[in-house]
Write a protein that binds this ligand. Sequence first.
Ligand SMILES: *Cc1c(COP(=O)(O)O)cnc(C)c1O
Length: 412
Amino acid sequence: MKPMGPIPPDYAGQDRLTIAGHDAEYWVEQAGSTPCFVYDMAAMERRVARLRAALPDRVGVHFAIKANPYPPLVSAMAALVDGLDVASGGEMALALRSKPGGEISFAGPGKRDAELEAAIRSGVTLNLESAGEAERALAIGEQLGVAPRLAVRVNPDFELRGSGMKMGGRASPFGVDAAEVPALVRHILARGGDWRGFHIFAGSQSLDTQAIIETQAATLALAERLGEEAGATPPFVNLGGGFGIPYFPGDTPVDVEAIGAALGEALDVSSLANRKTGFAVELGRWLVGEAGVYLTRILDRKVSQGETFLVVDGGLHHQLAASGNFGTVVRRNYPVALPMRMDAVAEEAVSVVGCLCTPLDRLADKVALPKAQPGDLIAIFLAGAYGLTASPSAFLGHGPARECLPRAAETT
Ligand SMILES: *Cc1c(COP(=O)(O)O)cnc(C)c1O
């Protein structure tokens, strides 16, 4: 038997999984079939409200839509947050359906000229990833007769300690090395660009509250120093995010109240806070990850050499991360349950495997579950971020999963 991660607090302790007042079979019916993702809008609203209460008033909340670009979810989140952060022309077009360009920022290396042009035409802020990209954006702005909104993404000289994905303190395709930033800012201003400040994102999926606090303080200090060296006050500083969620046994949640309090103290002593600099954090996973459940139905139950397998109609083509093949070194179990019988006693060890013809497609490895039969549903939690769109959904041709968003009750 192997342990599994914690069921999110929104659903732990329920006798049957209930989302927006209805059980899992109801949501499968709404979605049309299994496998499907159910995104719990009320759970996301609770996250946004908690974060806003924790953060200083002057720090806005942005949603990084690559965590979950399901269109109804993006439009619902857009109404709750101050900005949307996008990472492609496709995401930008989606974001522009719900927010004005002035509330959207576009990061990511390798932006095409057509993407730069579309952003500049829409007044989207470009988070510049290199000096070369700055030149292209300035040239396109001159052609269009528009001052492009340009923020400089900084490759900081530190990293977010304890984060699953490190994005600072080393050679990087992301951002401009801190030492080169002041000259680039002066150049943008000299060329008539509308300089929007800095974007500093030091890592992702950190559960280390103290490390996040230190990183935010270091980020603020770096923005202050780079502004001084450039001889200009940044109009805006995007402080990044990186707040993780507990996926695995022993993981504990981040303390956002402690982070907010510490950020308030850091801002109180920052020289930027006395000027007209705006601030935001940008989060994807923390806002939506725990609010998604992947529902899949058992097709077969078999025993091989003493191990019981529950074969389901979903798999890693929708929920790659749960199979341990998305950025993890050691395969560990996401929380799973029988959603119609959450309160039943776990009486056997089973492996839940997907329908793909590859041994990689293992969604739960030797976990304890109540006895389940073909026809029963399996719920895999923590499916709200980096699920469907971060999985190889064309692999093996089973087709995409359905998605639905209880509250709005929209389905695709
Ligand atoms: C992916 C990404 C995010 C969101 O990261 P999470 O870990 O999902 O919060 C935020 N900002 C940038 C620049 C990103 O690339």
